[in-house]
Design a protein around this ligand. Structure first.
Ligand code: SF4
Length: 299
């Protein structure tokens, strides 16, 4: 049976005394008709792809396809050469890794969509930063991404994780919920805490619109990724402290579906409203980034 709700997930984990990743890897191996080992190998490859995207992004200052990004990760790295974050090294890494991955995506580099390309910086930046800072072993790394995947799959069984259908809440919101739960798994949280982390993250991003400037997945998308990565860890830490989402996770997903349906299509990836139709966005659209305009913008 394919698990489609958080309630079913909790029941299955409790009844079978299994972790989320154990249930998920059995389910996925059946869906793809492969062994659990083969499935885990695919997940390991995905983690490698995430790490490569981060590495490539950290080492590049090439402009993105739409010429509205590609230089922010370098700025952030330069800043941290001379200043420490007011938080800690993990926080610095999360911001840089999320920018690096998102800029790579906007350069048409290779990334792991998680759940989508626009939201590709959120899960990797949280997970890889935690792997590095807490010296997480390979098997646990794989388990954490499988956990994230299961959370995303449950949300996606009810709501399409596409900005064009549900707004950015469905892309970056889902990614943030996935990252929050995976972080909770990495710190050995119980099933209630893992699900609650997803609920807290998702419900506090409901209504987020998708209004990309000039139709490119760059503005606001690139900078949005580090914001939502940090958002995920706030949800994780609150869940760890025992703070509960009064609205259960499945109902939060219902609310996200309803919110997406009520959202105007002008705010769902059509670039017809919001940031995409601000005065500056319209000027940029008209200028089509002449060399002069671009250099003014960059500086
Ligand atoms: S604003 Fe739209 S295109 Fe950009 S990341 Fe969000 S959903 Fe994707």
């Amino acid at each position: 049976m394919t698990i489609k709700t958080f309630e079913e997930l909790k029941k299955s984990c409790t009844k079978n005394n299994l972790k989320i990743y154990e249930i998920a890897q059995i389910e996925e191996s059946e869906v793809f008709d492969i062994t659990v080992e083969e499935f885990r190998f695919k997940v390991e490859k995905t983690i490698q792809a995430m790490k490569e995207a981060i590495k490539n992004g950290l080492n590049s200052t090439a402009l993105t396809n739409g010429k509205m990004g590609g230089f922010d990760c370098a700025k952030q790295l330069e800043y941290y050469k001379h200043h420490h974050s007011i938080f800690n090294k993990l926080f610095e890494k999360i911001i840089c890794y999320a920018l690096a991955t998102s800029e790579e995506n906007a350069r048409m580099g290779r990334i792991a969509a998680c759940p989508t390309a626009g939201a590709c910086g959120i899960v990797p930046s949280c997970l890889i930063s935690i792997f590095e800072e807490y010296d997480i072993d390979k098997e646990k790394q794989i388990n954490s991404l499988i956990t994230a995947g299961m959370i995303g799959k449950i949300i996606a069984s009810k709501v399409a994780t596409a900005g064009a259908i549900g707004g950015c809440q469905a892309e970056c919101g889902t990614a943030s919920a996935m990252a929050a739960s995976a972080a909770a798994y990495l710190f050995d949280s119980d099933i209630d805490t893992i699900i609650n982390a997803a609920a807290l993250s998702l419900k506090n991003i409901l209504g987020l619109t998708c209004d990309p400037v000039r139709g490119f997945v760059e503005v606001p998308c690139i900078k949005r990724n580090p914001f939502l990565a940090v958002h995920a860890l706030v949800a994780f830490e609150m869940a760890q402290a025992g703070i509960i989402s009064i609205i259960p996770a499945d109902e939060v997903v219902d609310a996200m579906e309803q919110t997406g349906a009520l959202m105007s299509s002008a705010l769902k990836e059509s670039s017809q409203a919001g940031l995409a139709k601000t005065k500056t966005a319209i000027i940029m659209e008209k200028a089509c980034f002449t060399k002069k305009y671009y250099s003014e913008f960059k500086d």
